[in-house]
Design a protein. Sequence first.
Length: 322
Amino acid sequence: MQLIQVIGMLLFLLILVLMIFMIVSTINHRKKLRKESEFIIPLGKLVVVYGHKIHVYEEGSGKKILVFMSGGGTASPTLDFKSLYSLLSDQYHVVVVEKAGYGFSDITNTSRDIATVLSETRQALQNARINGPYILLPHSMSGIEALYWSQKHPEEIEAIVGLDMATPNAYDGYPINFPLIKLAAYAANRGITRWIPKLAENDAIKYGTLTDDEKALYRSIFYNRTLTTNMLNEIKMIKQNAKRVGKSTIPETNYLLFSSNGEGTGCSEEKWRCLQRDFVQATKKGKLIELHYSHYIHNLGYDRIALEIKNYLEVLDQSLEN
């Protein structure tokens, strides 16, 4: 009986300590969020789309418009893609559209079905007065949106350059532990991530070309935009969205796909490579370049990727002229 009382007391103390820790962490988090909000200033322009603000970043002034589309959960797409687009903006008009819940954009409760997501992206470009046709550069999950865009509005798309983009088949049987993801979101909202600094040290910070000030800004955005409502709703909808896109034929456009070694995708290297190869083989005008980098390839192989993109677009121009 005495042993049970001791165990009970220990459990009570443990719960009490955890509660105190959560309260302290939440207060600390909110205090830092207020302080960080003073210097989290949009790098581009904010446009109003269906009642909320979407951040659109532009760089360069070339005739071709390259639209970068971030993968699911990337806190700051504008900074995440910088190492790559900074090597392309000397020749092309580079654009990054940050979806609702990402980067400098508002967090919303709007549906994340593929039609709504695409509608918001297109409206953001229209409101920013950036008219196509576009060359889409989707990373990871946004590959589904890029394909849907090309299916519904083929006249707006000149080519798709996949940065280890996901294809509809990638989500067949893909395990998603949503309760664990929601728990992670709960912890992030209470500042638990601040106690583990390594979580904010993503590939863009570790391997990219960001300045020290940009790295500090990225960390601040990370603490503000980790598993937001929009990101959680995207995860809920991704299999349904992928199935919807997969039911239609592969769009007849020009494709250049860069593939990672599968690390960070949730798939083995063999499976991920096969998914990418199968997709390209099913296209009429597709090219695949396999790289030995993990999933955020644009933060690891930006020099080579930029060179390959420039070469590809030059050849594409020549073929269109002929």
